[in-house]
Design a binder for this molecule. Structure first.
Ligand code: ZN
Ligand code: ZN
Length: 342
């Protein structure tokens, strides 16, 4: 058994030689600084506290900033807090933090207050974005002149989606600008790593060739060299759906991926995988948009009779056994013979 050095009471636990009552007598258990500053980006509306910026509501940010600045004496354990705030004048809120604390199993309460001041500013990301900052340029170029505009826009959408996804976990990922140029699109990106992953994505999706070139653009205040990297991605001429020539045969191109391509032989409907290194040898025979549409007259098993759209003669074509045949079929003409395109 111990004795309180102040009141002499017998007690099991002492804090600094005092019984809990004497220890607590008139003592502040929590404290807050006179004021706490919270930054608000006037451009994106996100809230900054120290170096971290997050999207949250202002009321929550004001109370969290006060709670985050609360100092509790080392003898006490925080049990719970409640905050209340009132706007004193524009941009200045008085926040009261009521705490319940545990001192040697004895519950005590304390209350502290601070002024949370809202400061309008522009976050680093927005100042970069507004200042047209970029570290990488992704140049997407058409492999040939008649590459459809649609493919270019589709590639741009892919990059926008990729940047959108990355920006969820990295708030410094953004597209500075995208502009149409002769033969393609230039996309300016906020970081080199973003440029690299966008170039890889486009290259994998379209089996496109990529070249990169780095340029020294200056030195940071810390003496680090700053580079800008240009990724040139040249889209191939062929696209999924086209009929292509390869190794003397005709195929419909059904899939492209980072590992290569999948094609279906027009003559026997067999599927074949082509290695990535062999894909550049593909030659477009007929683009998917230019395939013929033939009216179906009748079907018997693996044969259909169609009206040749070039001369309206009826011709027979082989079709795969499991093909679903509608009113029309897509066809390609090779050496004056019409073939079904699966
Ligand atoms: Zn005492
Ligand atoms: Zn901002």
């Amino acid at each position: 058994m111990n004795f309180c050095v102040r009141c002499g009471k017998e007690t099991e636990h002492t804090v600094d030689g005092l019984c809990t009552e004497c220890f607590l007598n008139g003592r502040k258990l929590t404290s807050l600084p006179h004021h706490v500053d919270v930054k608000i980006c006037t451009n994106c509306g996100e809230i900054g506290f120290g170096e971290t910026w997050v999207a949250k509501d202002i009321q929550g940010a004001i109370e969290d900033a006060a709670k985050g600045s609360l100092i509790v004496i080392k003898e006490a354990k925080m049990v719970s807090t409640e905050t209340a705030s009132v706007e004193q004048e524009p941009y200045t809120h008085l926040v009261v933090v009521d705490s319940v604390l545990d001192i040697n199993g004895h519950m005590a309460e304390d209350s502290s207050s601070t002024l949370v001041r809202l400061k309008n500013t522009v976050c680093k990301r927005c100042s970069r974005q507004l200042g047209n900052y970029y570290e990488a340029i992704l140049q997407i170029r058409a492999g040939s002149k008649d590459i459809p505009q649609r493919v270019m826009l589709e590639a741009l959408r892919r990059v926008e989606n990729l940047v959108g996804t990355q920006s969820l976990s990295n708030r410094h990922a953004f597209i500075t600008k995208a502009e149409e140029v002769q033969g393609g699109i230039d996309i300016y990106l906020s970081s080199i790593s973003l440029g690299k992953s966008a170039a890889k994505d486009i290259s994998d999706t379209y089996c496109a060739e990529t070249k990169e070139a780095a340029k020294l653009v200056g030195v940071t205040e810390e003496g680090q060299e700053m580079y800008r990297v240009t990724y040139l991605v040249r889209l191939p001429d062929f696209h999924v759906g086209d009929v292509i020539q390869f190794e003397g045969r005709y195929f419909k191109l059904t899939r492209i991926s980072s590992s290569g391509a999948k094609v279906i032989d027009i003559m026997n409907f067999r599927e074949r995988a082509v290695k990535r290194s062999d894909v550049p040898a593909f030659k477009v025979y007929t683009r998917s948009a230019d395939l013929k549409e033939a009216l179906v007259v009748s079907r018997a098993g693996e044969e259909v009779q169609v009206l040749n759209p070039s001369n309206y003669s009826t011709v027979d074509m082989s079709v795969p056994a499991d093909a679903e045949i509608g009113d029309t079929v897509r066809a390609v003409e090779i050496d004056d013979v019409l073939y079904y395109v699966p």
